[in-house]
Write a protein that binds this ligand. Structure first.
Ligand SMILES: Cc1ncc(COP(=O)(O)O)c(C=O)c1O
Length: 448
């Protein structure tokens, strides 16, 4: 691999300073975190993370799709510093400050849908989902929800009741929320009925109407359908357009709200501000977090104004929408609008096209899919049987780390690329080169 200005691995990984932190972490930190490789960060800038021992890595994971504007973007750092020197906290639940209302106005203006909208702020994705669930129940007077297998919506008990991504996330934590029914999420790559890439078998998207509503669930009891426009943790699965047509139809016909979980897919990641814009759907409630404030904790829901009829005191959070996070979010949106959205669309398409060409050379790539910089590479043992290559995927994540490229997995056997939206074509080329090298190396390995 030719030298590039971003990657320099000069110690064994983990290096000695990293090793000391790992030992401390192991002794004192909750073992519930799932770290795929021992990266111990010291600092980061732009697309590069520098570890405790001075090794530098090219970041295609962005702190799990959070650092939208890259690490420590100078403009984000500046607004954080200025805001921190002025007002760190007051609690938007009890008092007013302009950073919160200005961000609410901006989010309401840019969210899909022409009607008026209002915004509620929390601190994380899971809190955004909790707020969405409570608002949907309150506004409709209905109790039940429909969610999708493979979906990930967070880990607090309400959101966890929707999450159906891995058994370990739920095991031992029940009972969960009553009245949540899961149905399959359309996965075109694994659809047995799909003869050609651009055709869709209607049975898959009609499962709610044809099976659920005819057997165990009355539509008039359903408050909302909660969906990820592109499934994230579940494997970066992009549904067919017919899926969204069906959601719209069900919503109109039965008065069911549509809650789009855009925690991972939102804020420019897919090359549009919200992933639902790719599919022409205007949800009643959109949940946001992750990339919204370039790394500061912030979650939000943007909802139809007429739904936000809940009275003072009914829902709030002490820290939600603190001034520093709100200032960082407003600056993040400015940066997205000034060019990062476009870069996400263009560099994302370049990556997708290049990865599809890579399929000719790497037999273990079964499918490449995504929008913008939300890209999944599904690994299989055999393209005909589509046998999932979970162990190869784990090994690929690990090997990329050792070659200086930070990526993560999702689903059982998929690699995901979710770099900061500042990624350049030259950096994309380095990542592609490492990926190809790694996938060719492990393709022949005899592991299960
Ligand atoms: C689609 C989606 N929803 C919700 C969440 C939960 O967000 P948080 O970890 O901030 O609670 C995540 C986190 O990965 C997510 O990807």
């Amino acid at each position: 691999m030719p030298k590039n200005p971003w990657i320099n691995i000069s110690t064994p990984l983990p290096g000695p300073k990293a090793q000391a932190i790992l030992e401390q972490d192991q002794k004192y930190v909750s073992p519930s975190y799932s770290r795929p490789y021992p990266l111990v960060a010291h600092k980061a800038e732009g697309m590069v993370v520098i570890d405790m021992d001075g090794n530098t890595f090219l970041d295609f994971a962005a702190g799990i799709a959070v650092c939208a504007t890259g690490h420590c973007h100078p403009r984000i750092v500046r607004v954080i510093q200025e805001q921190a020197a002025q007002l760190i906290h007051l609690s938007g639940t009890d008092f007013y400050y302009p950073q919160l209302s200005a961000l609410a106005q901006k989010l309401a203006e840019i969210a899909p849908g022409s009607g008026e909208k209002k915004v509620y702020f929390g601190n994380s994705g899971t809190e955004a989902i909790e707020a969405a669930l409570k608002l949907a129940r309150y506004a409709t007077g209905r109790k039940k929800f429909i969610a999708f297998y493979g979906g990930f919506h967070g880990r607090t008990l309400g959101a966890l009741s929707l999450t159906a991504s891995k058994p370990v996330q739920r095991r031992g934590f029940g009972p969960l929320l009553e009245g949540v029914t899961h149905v399959p999420y359309p996965d075109c790559y694994r659809c047995p009925e799909r003869p050609a890439r651009d055709s869709c078998h209607p049975a898959c998207v009609r499962v709610i109407e044809d099976q659920l509503f005819k057997t165990i669930l009355s539509p008039e009891e359903v408050a909302a359908i909660v969906f990820e426009p592109i499934q994230g943790e579940g494997g970066y699965v992009v549904p067919p357009p017919e899926f969204f047509d069906e959601l719209k139809r069900l919503s109109r016909q039965h008065g069911i709200l549509l809650i789009a979980d855009e925690v991972q897919s939102g804020m420019g990641r897919t090359g549009k501000m919200f992933a639902v814009e790719h599919f022409g759907i205007e949800p009643d409630i959109i949940a946001l977090a992750k990339g919204i404030a370039s790394g500061l904790p912030l979650g939000a829901i943007v909802a139809r104004a007429d739904l936000m009829s809940w009275p003072p005191g009914s829902h709030a959070s002490t820290f939600g929408g603190n001034p520093v996070s709100c200032a960082a979010a407003s600056e993040t949106i400015r940066l997205l609008e000034e060019g990062l959205l476009q870069n996400a669309a263009e560099t994302g398409q370049y990556l997708l096209d290049s990865l599809r060409k890579m399929m000719d050379r790497c037999a273990i790539i079964g499918d490449v899919r995504g929008r913008g910089l939300m890209i999944g590479i599904e690994l299989v043992k055999d393209r005909n049987t589509k046998e999932k290559a979970g162990a190869w995927r784990d090994l690929a994540v690990h090997e990329c780390f050792h070659k200086g490229l930070l990526i993560l997995g999702c689903g059982e056997n998929t690699l995901r690329l979710m770099p900061p939206l500042i990624v350049s074509r030259a950096q994309a080329d380095v990542a592609l080169e490492i990926l190809e090298e790694v996938l060719l190396e492990i393709g022949g390995k005899d592991i299960v």
